[in-house]
Design a protein around this ligand. Structure first.
Ligand code: 5GP
Ligand code: ZN
Length: 136
C-alpha cells in the first residue's frame, strides 16, 4: 500500500530497528515504546486488521510473536510481557496495517488501562450475550 508507513518500512524506504525477518513476517522496535524492548510483529503483506488478514498470516505472526517474546524474556528479564493487537481507532489502532505489540512489563511500567473500568452485567444480560456470540 503506497501511503502506509509500515509498508514503507517493509520495503526499506523508512529505516527501523529490525530484530527479526522471515519470508512473511518482520519484527522491529516500536519508535515510541511503552518500555525498553517494546516491539512490533508485522506481516509483510498489507492487511488492515484481524478481519482482513488471512488465517495463515495470523498464525505466522503468532509464531514470531512467541519467538520474540521468548527473546525478550531471556535477554531483558521483564516481570511480565503484555501482548496486544488493536483493531480499529477506538481500540487504539493508529497504523492501519495489522501488527502485534510485544510489551515488556517492568516494575515501574504502567500497563493496566482497564483498571477501575471493568463492570458487571446481570445474569439475564449475560445469557443474551451468550446466545448472540455462541459459535458452537
Ligand atoms: P497501534 O496504535 O496502531 O496499535 O500501534 C502503532 C505503533 O506503531 C505505535 O506504538 C507507534 O509508536 C508505532 N509507530 C508509528 N510509526 C512508527 C514508525 O515509523 N516506526 C516504528 N518503528 N514504529 C512506529
Ligand atoms: Zn501497509
Amino acid at each position: 500500500m503506497d501511503d502506509c508507513i509500515f509498508c514503507k518500512i517493509i520495503k526499506g524506504e523508512i529505516p527501523c530497528y529490525k530484530l527479526y525477518e522471515n519470508d512473511s513476517v518482520i519484527a522491529w522496535l516500536d519508535i515510541q515504546p511503552l518500555s525498553k524492548g517494546h516491539l512490533l510483529v508485522v506481516p509483510k503483506a498489507h492487511y488492515q486488521d484481524i478481519h482482513e488478514a488471512s488465517e495463515e498470516t495470523l498464525c505466522e505472526v503468532m509464531k514470531v510473536a512467541r519467538i520474540m517474546a521468548n527473546k525478550v524474556k531471556t535477554e531483558l528479564h521483564p516481570e511480565a510481557i503484555l501482548i496486544n493487537q488493536n483493531n480499529g481507532e477506538k481500540a487504539g489502532q493508529t497504523i492501519m496495517h495489522y501488527h502485534m505489540h510485544i510489551k515488556p512489563i517492568y516494575e515501574d511500567t504502567h500497563c493496566n488501562t482497564e483498571e477501575g473500568h471493568r463492570t458487571g452485567f446481570p445474569d439475564e444480560e449475560m445469557k443474551k450475550i451468550e446466545e448472540i456470540l455462541k459459535v458452537n
